[in-house]
Design a protein around this ligand. Structure first.
Ligand SMILES: Nc1ncnc2c1ncn2[C@@H]1O[C@H](COP(=O)(O)OP(=O)(O)OP(=O)(O)O)[C@@H](O)[C@H]1O
Ligand SMILES: [Mg+2]
Length: 353
């Protein structure tokens, strides 16, 4: 196993696109780190630089403290799993899995033993003599995973490995990946644009936007204390509500004001333009609540109902528990759970408290 150090890493592609900018990060030995962000934010580029498949424009990449910027991919002892599996179509599963071991001149008996052990772990032992074309997407993805695991690399890199699978299989494979990491413990860097996958898999989550790291932390910390407006709205579904307005402090009490809407804020002070962030699950029914929501759409989920509506002309979404789905056109009185509102600087978007 190994630690990975990214020191002010940058990447400018030949056409001039600045895909990754000043990324500094220490990935701990044995950690499962997830890089998450919208399409085009530079996740794959960063991963490919760690693998050695893409040159580094500035900064250094270290593995266990040794700079590897110019080390060839095959000498980095890293295994990468891609979204499109990239299996050799003319080889059986057994040969696909053993291929890298053969290249490294590992004796046949050990190759066979490792392949069979990993195939057993991944539940694909009965597929060893099939070719990729004769398998489902989920089975092919297991083989791709198996091919990486048999190599016993220092680091695993995953680039959206589950995104070709249907929703149910994705959730199942996600849990299997997590359990595999708990058993094997190999340092892993996992790229996804799916914030739910990031939250559920990562020991730590790195949120990226436009080539830059926005926040690094354990999933719950990123969820509960997003560092800026971008992270706040990217992590969490349905998306956090944001309302532009201003803070007003009188007699030691702070209120957020936007038109007629006034919400007491119990953990921020000062004045000035801010964006208030409220997660849908932190809006709750209250007879004397400050928010009057006119319902546009109700979406029952079973254990809760997502209610989309307007307070004046401010669009809001609330995830309400234990109520019958309200009819369009009805009004609900809501309040924000104590301490649950987030304040961001209006211009920079940085968290205020
Ligand atoms: N080979 C390339 N040449 C030029 N520009 C590239 C190249 N590869 C990627 N880019 C650009 O670099 C930026 C980052 O791309 P990258 O593939 O790293 O994003 P990503 O976060 O992985 O996105 P996605 O979620 O869509 O896979 C994008 O603007 C992309 O168009
Ligand atoms: Mg990508």
């Amino acid at each position: 196993m190994a630690s990975v150090q990214l020191n002010s890493i940058g990447k400018t592609y030949p056409g001039g696109t600045r895909a990754v900018d000043s990324c500094t990060l220490d990935i701990h030995d044995g950690e499962f780190l997830v890089l998450v962000g919208p399409s085009g934010c530079g996740k794959s580029t960063l991963l490919r630089m760690i693998a050695g498949l893409e040159t580094v424009t500035d900064g250094t990449i270290g593995i266990d403290g040794t700079v590897v910027n110019t080390t060839a991919p095959k000498h980095r002892d890293i295994a990468m799993v891609f979204q499109n599996y990239a299996l050799y179509p003319h080889m059986t599963v057994r040969k696909n899995m053993a291929f890298a071991l053969k290249l490294r001149k590992i004796p046949r008996s050990e190759r066979d033993a490792r392949v069979e052990r990993v195939a057993e772990q991944l539940g694909i032992a009965e597929l060893l003599d099939r070719k990729p074309a004769a398998m489902s997407g989920g089975q092919q993805q297991r083989v791709a995973l198996g091919r990486a695991i048999v190599r016993e690399p220092k680091v695993f890199l995953f680039d959206e490995p589950l995104s070709n699978l249907d929703a149910k299989l994705r959730t199942q494979m996600r849990a299997e990946l997590k359990s595999l990491h708990q058993r094997v413990g190999t340092t892993s860097i996992y790229v996804t644009h799916d914030q739910e996958e990031a939250m559920t898999l990562g020991d730590r989550v790195v949120v990226m936007h436009e080539g830059r790291i926005q926040q690094v932390g354990p999933p719950m910390e990123v969820y509960q204390r997003p560092a800026n407006r971008f992270v706040a709205t990217f992590i969490g579904a349905p998306m956090m509500n944001t309302v532009d307005g201003k803070l007003e402090s009188h007699d030691g009490r702070t209120t957020f004001a936007c038109g007629d809407l006034r919400i007491p804020i119990d953990h921020a002070d000062g004045d000035g333009a801010v964006t208030l962030g409220i997660r849908p699950e932190h809006l709750v029914l209250a007879d004397d609540g400050p928010i009057e929501l006119t319902v546009d759409v109700s979406e029952p989920l079973g254990d809760a109902t997502d209610v989309t509506g307007r307070c004046g002309d401010i669009p809001l979404i609330a995830r309400l528990r234990r109520i019958a789905p309200p009819q369009p056109g009805t009004t609900l009185r809501l309040t924000v759970e104590p301490g649950a509102a987030h304040c961001f600087e209006h211009t920079s978007g940085s968290r205020r408290d």
